[in-house]
Ligand binder design. Sequence first.
Ligand code: AKG
Length: 272
Amino acid sequence: MQLLNKEQLGHYESEGYIILPRFFDDAEVQELLEVMRRILPTINRGTLTADHDPWTQEPGDDLNPLRVSYINDLFEYDQRLDDHMRSKRLVGVMMDLFGSDITAFQSATVIKPPQINFDYHGWHQDMYDYQPLSNFKNANAMTYLGDMGPGTGSTSLVPRSHLVGILQPVWEDVEGWPKKQRRLEGFEKYEPDVITPHFRPGDVLVFDSRLMHRANSNADDATKIGLVNVFQSADCIDIEGKNDFHVANLPIASQGKVLTREESMKMVSEGG
Ligand SMILES: O=C(O)CCC(=O)C(=O)O
């Protein structure tokens, strides 16, 4: 089933991203939120594969009382999250972009607790950490579970920045901040082109892993959650085997068919 039309495919090529409004319905969003509501209170500070709000130890909201800001290897926490990673719609988009054989690269969540200053997160290109890959058929599909605008947890990005190369990231101390701020050397040149879309629950943002982007602060009193699923074409090889996310190289679609968890595991055990 073709999910992206010619215009959307062209937009991804030239701009480096596509926004798919209301790609998942309310029932799906509510189900995913319920799963997150169950998981978040169990992620204590100090969990190696997670981060928390570095500014305060005060409680967050009902959804996220411990003010979790990041969880890696999310697909392992609940079957429903694994199912979302393999949803025919999400993987269908990846197949439209990259062809009939898709592997997973990362499964995570970036969470903006109530009233967090997320400026430390900073501008970056995910490809800096992923490289060297044998090609650029690698993209992040973010599913938004909340209403997220500029200043309320949205994602900012620089259209077309996937085509300008990889800038040097820098982490700098900022007086009074609990964490270094990340930024990109020479980013000023791209500042005028920044856009910050408003995302609604169920929207999906798909972006090339070379695209410059950043997560925004959240002035709201409610936690904002984005599910991060990074996929790649099966012929996109992690040349130095750097990817140690648990989902790395897991086959997700083969010959145009989205695989069940069992089928993925079988392919892995057969060395496929
Ligand atoms: O949460 C966001 O708004 C951006 C996420 C992000 O920066 C990433 O997944 O690399």
